[in-house]
Design a protein around this ligand. Structure first.
Ligand code: FAD
Ligand code: NAP
Length: 536
């Protein structure tokens, strides 16, 4: 503790949408707050992911804050799904509008956080060697903020340029006249492939698992629709919050197999025409019943057959896992891009990558000579950012060890043994990653602020989730996941994309409204499941 230089009421790690709003709320409670951010600007996801085509997959009128009516009314999005530069401008606008920057320290990565049982304070160590101390530590470190570079033999030997979609150069990249290889076909690849293909001399897509994607039908925002929503923005948000993913849309309860084949096709066709994530709301049992799910899979496979002209390529692009159990992709011209003469699909299921060499990528079939490699290989999701910090709770307990057999939390927000520590929207056991994330972030921040406000009013200095409450929540999270098709698919939701990561279905899939009700009940019952005390 002797190295500690500055003391605060709360330290928030991360200046994405979660960190920004957390700072605003804690300031409102009169707390002295410091936000520590590894990057040199605000925006988190939208600061780092500057790859071509990056845009939201939840419509902008919903993928935005609602805590300030003035902000919601005055900000006007240009497109149905805004692109990364506009979302980043929005994050910067919020930082300026609420005068947040003066409490944010940029270019500062948190490397350690140790709880002192005697003082009930966290000692936070940073990349520049300084230490700060605070009663409360809030991890707003992001669910998809730790880029995953795959362990491919020879990766470092490549002599050309390499990029990861989640760490894209700020100045952009010029792929013209370049032979480019992209590894991965998740959401980031689906968005970037059509645009890189337009620029590159040739694009080789290295696909291990084909992906389901539905059209975005992105367009300039319909101003009439904007006016209609803004006339009752709160009501619109409140209605969305009653849906399972907190996304406005029609989520049917009808089982897929209860209607005729003709009716099913009509419904899927209609959803395809609407575009976007609500394809999964076509029927009520798509993520519960594998037979029902197959009908939604078949429909997308048929679309791929119709769009992609070369039958062999179409066949290779067809996914075979349950649709929706990996994040559904939302695209602009993804499948159609494989009709371009300068795009080659490399099916790694048949010809796996053997190594990366100075001139390119060698599969079991041949060498692909490349000038650039793009890793669209995703993230060490949810636990990744926390794992990279040496977090030690009461009695020196290391979070990494405590979670070695799988992460456990109470409500996705706190974890037993780590007093006065909160997580926002990245915590396993939270529904956030399955939902429209900005409203989920706001809900988490409001709940955490209510706890801290409650403690301040009663001069309490320590809060900790009880092991019993945590076990009960973990059991509930597992219980609601078990009957769904999610746990059986290899996805980042279960940690399958990171070698050695324990396989646990991390998000809470009981539904956003159920989760919110649970948090409200916990708050109404004096934060039951937590022990609050004033012992220091
Ligand atoms: P982040 O935005 O990830 O911010 C976390 C911040 O913490 C980062 O700036 C990071 O630098 C910082 N940080 C992490 N560790 C440390 C450390 N040790 N020290 C200091 N700083 C640290 N969700 C949706 O709901 N809809 C979408 O359309 C959508 N699109 C997405 C598109 C992409 C490309 C990606 C990757 C994710 C997308 N998401 C989407 C999820 C998205 O991550 C969330 O919506 C949201 O932006 C998360 O905000 P956050 O503040 O919780 O985390
Ligand atoms: P991702 O969904 O995890 O996809 C990573 C891709 O890389 C997968 O196709 C994966 O194949 C492949 N891959 C990983 N390691 C590989 C290896 N060693 N060899 C070959 N292929 C490998 O990551 P992402 O696309 O960055 O998306 C992550 C999440 O961010 C999304 O699920 C979504 O929540 C969010 N996101 C949203 C949007 C949006 O539309 N707004 C855009 C981007 C991201 P396997 O499947 O075989 O592992």
């Amino acid at each position: 503790m002797s190295k500690t230089q500055q003391s605060f009421d709360a330290i928030v790690v991360g200046a994405g949408f979660a960190g920004l709003y957390m700072l605003h709320r804690l300031r409102g409670l009169g707390l002295a707050v410091r936000v520590l951010e590894a990057g040199d600007g605000v925006g988190g996801t939208w600061y780092w992911n500057r790859y071509p085509g990056a845009r939201c997959d939840v419509e902008s009128m919903q993928y935005s804050y609602q805590f300030s009516d003035e902000l919601a009314q005055e900000w006007s999005w240009s497109e149905r799904y805004s692109a990364q530069p506009e979302i980043l401008r929005y994050a910067n606008h919020v930082a300026d509008r609420f005068d947040l920057r003066r409490d944010i320290q940029f270019n500062t990565a948190v490397t350690s956080a140790h709880f002192d049982d005697g003082s009930n304070h966290w000692d936070v160590g940073t990349s520049d060697g300084t230490h700060l101390s605070a009663r409360f530590l809030v991890m707003a470190t992001g669910c998809l903020s730790t880029a995953n570079l795959p362990q491919i033999k020879g990766r470092e030997s490549f002599a050309g340029s390499t990029y990861h979609t989640g760490r894209w150069p700020h100045e952009g990249v010029d792929f013209s006249a370049k032979r480019v290889g992209i590894i991965g076909t998740g959401s980031s690849a689906v968005q970037s492939i059509p645009l890189i293909a337009q620029e590159a001399q040739h694009l080789f897509v290295f696909q291990r698992t084909p992906t389901y994607s539905v059209p975005a039908h992105n367009a300039p925002l319909d101003r009439e629709e904007e006016r209609r929503i803004k006339a009752d923005y709160r009501g619109f948000r409140a209605r969305a919050a009653q849906t399972v993913f907190d996304i406005d849309g029609d989520f049917s309860a009808t089982p897929a197999l209860s209607v005729s084949e003709e009716e099913r096709q009509r419904v899927y066709e209609e959803r395809w025409r609407q575009g976007g994530l609500t394809y999964l709301g076509a029927f009520g049992d798509l993520v519960l019943d594998s037979k029902a799910n197959e009908t939604a899979q078949d429909f997308v496979r048929q679309k791929i057959r119709e769009i992609v002209k070369t039958p062999k390529v179409a066949e290779a692009l067809m996914p075979d896992h349950a649709v929706g159990t990996k994040r559904l992709c939302v695209d602009t011209s993804y499948y159609d891009t494989f009709n371009r003469p300068n795009v080659t699909l490399v099916n790694l299921r048949h010809t796996p990558i053997e190594e990366i060499v100075p001139v390119g990528i060698r599969t079991s079939e041949r060498l692909f000579e490349l000038d650039a490699i793009v890793y669209a290989t995703g993230f060490d999701a949810m636990t990744g950012a926390l794992d990279r910090i040496d977090i030690r709770g009461a009695n020196g307990l290391a979070l990494k060890e405590t979670w070695s057999a799988g992460p456990k939390t109470y409500l996705g927000i706190a974890t037993s043994g780590f007093p006065n520590l909160f997580m926002i929207a990245a915590g396993p056991g939270s529904p956030a990653v399955l939902s429209n994330m900005i409203p989920s972030i706001e809900q988490h921040v409001n709940f955490i602020s209510d706890i801290i406000g409650h403690m301040g009013e009663r001069q309490l200095s320590r809060i900790e989730a009880t092991p019993a409450a945590q076990e009960a929540w973990v059991a509930h999270v597992n219980e609601v996941a078990a009957p769904t098709l999610f746990p059986s698919t290899n996805s980042w939701y279960v940690g399958a994309n990171i070698p050695g990561k324990p396989r646990i279905f991390m998000p809470y899939i009981g539904g956003y409204p159920v989760y919110v009700q649970k948090c409200n009940d916990v708050a109404a019952n004096n934060f039951e499941g937590f022990v609050l005390s004033a012992n220091a």
